[in-house]
Design a protein around this ligand. Structure first.
Ligand code: MHO
Length: 211
């Protein structure tokens, strides 16, 4: 069953949207992630016709376990906020409230000292998120097709799945073995499934997006 907790949202553009899901997925307090299109005006964008939208990740987090500042630290350090890309892949923060806007602007200013070139990240008000097509959700988890099939998640379940979100992160090396041991004991997975995840945690496959 999906955890029934009050979550808050964070929405980021970090380049191709396949990579950020595992980056955030296994972080403390991250309940679920999904990918989609936001920031533009075009109605009902699709991957091959996204118009003025950007590929984005939306994170739902438990504010009693983590906070927006922590997520921003991950955002700033796991993509290059100084490289200018076309709108599809731009670096951006879409804030959901005044507090997020303030933290986004403050951290952007503070992070500039770490870069030679100007940070080009756009900070805009969140308007509307269009979910990406099913095959983009948990993209890299789906690549482990036999394991993925063994989870028996339908596409509508997958986009909301806490379990898939967490596994996706661990599988690509973004969590610690200790956190994994504590958390995975509650998942009800078979020993074979757990061993498969552990094997991948030890040697995570590299993620590449050809931007
Ligand atoms: N077409 C690029 C980027 C994919 S991203 C979801 C690739 O295959 O790596 O736009």
């Amino acid at each position: 069953a999906e955890p029934d907790i009050a979550t808050e949202k964070a929405t980021f553009g970090m380049g191709c949207f396949w990579a950020p899901e595992p980056i955030f997925g296994s972080k403390k307090g991250v309940v679920r992630t999904k990918v989609g299109y936001t920031g533009g005006k075009k109605e009902n964008p699709t991957y091959y016709s996204m118009g003025d939208h950007t590929e984005a990740i939306q994170i739902e987090y438990d504010p009693s376990q983590t906070d927006y500042k922590t997520l921003l630290d991950i955002f700033w350090t796991t993509h290059d906020p100084t490289s200018r890309h076309k709108t599809q892949y731009k670096s951006a923060i879409w804030y959901h409230n005044d507090e997020q806007e303030k933290l986004a602007k403050e951290t952007k200013a503070a992070r500039q000292a770490e870069h030679r070139s100007p940070i080009v990240t756009d900070i805009e008000k969140f308007e509307r998120f269009y979910d990406a097509e099913d095959y983009h959700q948990k993209y890299h988890l789906r690549e482990h097709s036999r394991f993925y099939d063994s989870l028996k998640l339908t596409d509508p379940q997958l986009i909301k799945s806490h379990l898939a979100t967490r596994i996706h992160g661990y599988m690509y090396g973004y969590g610690t073995a200790q956190e994994f041991a504590e958390e995975s004991s509650k998942w009800g997975l078979s020993q074979e499934q757990l061993d498969y995840i552990k094997k991948n945690m030890a040697r995570p496959r590299a993620i590449h997006c050809g931007l």
